[in-house]
Design a protein around this ligand. Structure first.
Ligand SMILES: Cc1cc2nc3c(=O)[nH]c(=O)nc-3n(C[C@H](O)[C@H](O)[C@H](O)COP(=O)(O)O)c2cc1C
Length: 362
């Protein structure tokens, strides 16, 4: 029997799939929908001392990812404190309130959030850059005024996320969320020559599948640097993605873009996919594979010479994807089976990653 539940800083989540702060948790009703969609716990849209004036348009699709210029919530803090958190709390799932941004604002808002009954805080650090001090100060301010767990969300737009994470751990953070969206980025509509987002300079922040490898790397770096729990986020859209974050040390994951694209049912679907993977691999609990890949991150390159992969003929369907992708012209489909030319093969591994049946293995 697979057990998906996780306990993080004393909070008991029925599964490790949580919404990330964003439009799918923009009010209490949306949080209830996330719970009904199978989320293991709830994270609400970022609040601050006053409502945001959000530029429009503020979300666009770029390939299979999104660019957004959303800020924090445009609802008043009063509205959240009186109505929205209360609705979410009726789900009985752990509720994390995201709050921004500087120490003074956190000091003013955090006690009100705790009084409204939220179970933990997540400090959003989206707009802060290289210097960890503003986040360190915000973390200390939160810890001074509330006794509930304080998670600090780390932006990937800093040169060294591990150093950043260590600084917030020392400042008293109980956990880390990584990563926020990536940028600033720009998209221009070539039909009218205008930026597609309505923000200053048309700048926006990238989320979704495009940022997943960056997020996995950041989470791995952070998990190797700190002892406090880490919640991973960035481009998660299926159970295998969630497993990948947990294998590099995350205790749970959050997602926003996939929930925007596929709706509220995504949380339960991902939890089911994760359970299926765990059953297939014989893992009984999240702890059975948490951090397991960190031991395999080498300090030296595996090798610097070509080693052609092997083709398992019984698995090969002759689909031709490997032939099409090979930049070295080293693969031909002969008699519906991939044949590798070991002289031409550079050992790059691209064919291994595109093969849909895992017929090509290193
Ligand atoms: C439209 C949009 C709005 C967001 N708003 C917030 C926010 O208010 N506070 C915050 O900390 N992160 C915000 N984020 C970032 C997400 O919480 C998340 O960290 C990021 O999108 C990466 O996850 P994903 O690839 O699953 O979307 C927002 C993301 C999107 C796409």
């Amino acid at each position: 029997m697979v057990d998906l539940s996780v306990e993080i800083c004393g909070l008991k989540f029925r599964n490790p799939i949580l919404p990330a702060a964003g439009p799918t948790v923009h009010n209490g009703d949306a949080l209830v929908k996330a719970a009904e969609g199978g989320a293991g716990g709830l994270v609400a849209k970022t609040v601050s001392v006053s409502p945001a004036h959000v530029p429009r348009p503020c979300i666009i699709k770029v390939k299979d990812s999104l660019l957004n210029a959303e800020l924090w919530t445009d609802l008043s803090l009063e509205q959240w404190l009186r109505h929205e958190y209360a609705k979410a709390k009726r789900t009985r799932l752990p509720l994390i309130a995201s709050v921004g941004y500087n120490a003074e604002e956190i000091r003013a808002v955090a006690p009100k959030l705790k009084a409204a009954g939220v179970d933990a805080l997540e400090l959003s650090t989206h707009h802060l850059e290289n210097d960890p001090m503003p986040v360190v100060e915000a973390t200390k301010a939160a810890k001074e005024v509330v006794d509930i767990p304080v998670f600090v969300k780390i932006s990937p737009n800093v040169p060294d996320v591990a150093q950043f994470a260590r600084a917030v751990e020392e400042a008293g953070a109980d956990g880390i969320v990584a990563i926020n969206s990536v940028g600033p980025c720009l998209a221009v509509d070539i039909e009218n020559t205008m930026p597609m987002l309505g923000s200053i300079s048309g700048y926006g922040w990238l989320s979704g599948p495009a940022i997943k490898p960056l997020a996995v790397r950041c989470v791995a770096d952070i998990c190797r640097a700190v002892k406090i729990p880490v919640i991973g986020a960035g481009g998660i859209s299926n159970g295998r993605d969630a497993v990948e974050f947990i294998m590099v040390g995350a205790s749970a994951v959050q997602l926003s873009t996939a929930a925007i694209v596929r709706g509220y049912k995504i949380y339960g679907l991902i939890a089911d996919e994760m359970a299926k993977f765990m059953r297939a691999k014989g893992y009984n609990s999240i702890n059975d594979f948490k951090g397991i890949a960190l031991h395999h991150l080498p300090e030296q390159p595996f090798r610097t010479t070509a080693k052609p992969p092997e083709v398992t003929a019984s698995r090969c369907t002759g689909c031709g994807l490997c032939e099409r992708y090979c930049p070295y012209d080293a693969i031909r489909i002969v008699g519906r089976i991939a044949r590798l030319d070991p002289v031409k093969c550079y050992g790059c591994g691209l064919c291994v990653s595109v093969c849909p049946t895992r017929a090509i293995r290193l």
